[in-house]
Design a protein around this ligand. Sequence first.
Ligand code: LLP
Length: 424
Amino acid sequence: MTDHYPLRDGIVHCEDVPLPLIAREVGTPVFVYSTAAMQDRARELTAALSPLDNPLIAYAVKANPNAAVLTTLAAEGLGADVVSGGEYRRARAAGVAAEKIVFSGVGKTAAEMAVALEGGLCQFNLESVPEAEMLSEVAQSMGRVAPVAFRVNPDVEAGSHAKISTGAAHNKFGIPIGDAPAACARVRELPGLKLRGLAVHIGSQLTSLSPLERAFEKVGAMIARLRTEGHDIATADLGGGLGLQYDPSAPTPPTPAAYGAMVARVTRGWNVRPIFEPGRLIVGDAGVLLTEVIRVKPGATCPFVILDAAMNDLMRPSLYDAWHGIDAVAPNGQQIVADVVGPVCETGDTFAVARKMDQVGPGDLTIIRTAGAYAATMGSTYNSRPLTPEVLVNGSDWAVVRERQDVEAFLRDESIPNWLARAS
Ligand code: LLP
């Protein structure tokens, strides 16, 4: 695949834009996204799944919900997998057709159900019978019939980090797959629902196809059984989860083509419309977090490189011990071993430990790679650090697609209650 962050004249570019230009104009830290990288991935996956019967690729909005990102992906023909009223609203605003929206999520509220029923959608992926009962009531009160699939929990260990594995029996997601016949029978009794299929999603950042294959086989067997019980099964939502190569020295994760071939083999004869919910795969590699070194501080074992980005900008290393590549924007050919940290007052605010990396010093720009997915969207304002801006690059064009948050907004959005105001 084309590298959309090429080193040209000794400087890392995003497509045709030198990163120092963005740092100068927007400041750091800043997330930068490559349009071409997202398009490449969307097209690669679309091609890999095209032998299937009318597949719907519903991009998991949670991975990166930026309006410009969603609009880019909608233009590629992707639908949206949403998990909140907010994500539903974003998908529609970006031009995703209602019939390409799948509503997942373990705790949908009545208000969120109503929003999606009003605006329309492909299906709700239900996570429990009580949820089915609530949705039926909401739909009936609106004079609608809600299209639904049951998310089943296949009890398969995904083999990824415990915090992002979802398909084991003890995880909160879905109904135990063995309960699907009873749950679907209950749906038949609920006048506000129409059963369309089954859904499964066993976890994220999967680097092997075999747990996915095991889960899909269980789903296929259950579809066959439900049909013998008279249910009309039209869709099978196979979730997302394909992992990326964060660490170049780690084994290469399965390609979209290998994934597509496995799905084609396992789902042969299912006679359903397959739905997919990829998030990370589509946007992860497309983004970097562009940051400047504030200073380098001596440490007990190796120096600390202190960046102006921190755990509030990119939570993944502190939350999941995630490994992200860190490189100089203008590498000088020398290397150092360093702990790379942010300025936040927690030891967990560490991006890398004893990392062999490009030599950098105060004022040097660096990039933290693979920061297009689950990065900006998980940001917080911890330590009263304003939310980081986002820039979208397209060839030699670039634009700020989220402004840097103004510190004054903290003061504006908070208020002093009367009794305190009186006291001062
Ligand atoms: N479908 C459902 C129902 C999901 O829960 C998820 C992700 C996806 C699709 C998309 O999965 P993907 O293709 O992106 O693996 N914050 C974590 C990842 C959390 C994933 C949550 N669910 C991280 O930074 O690794």
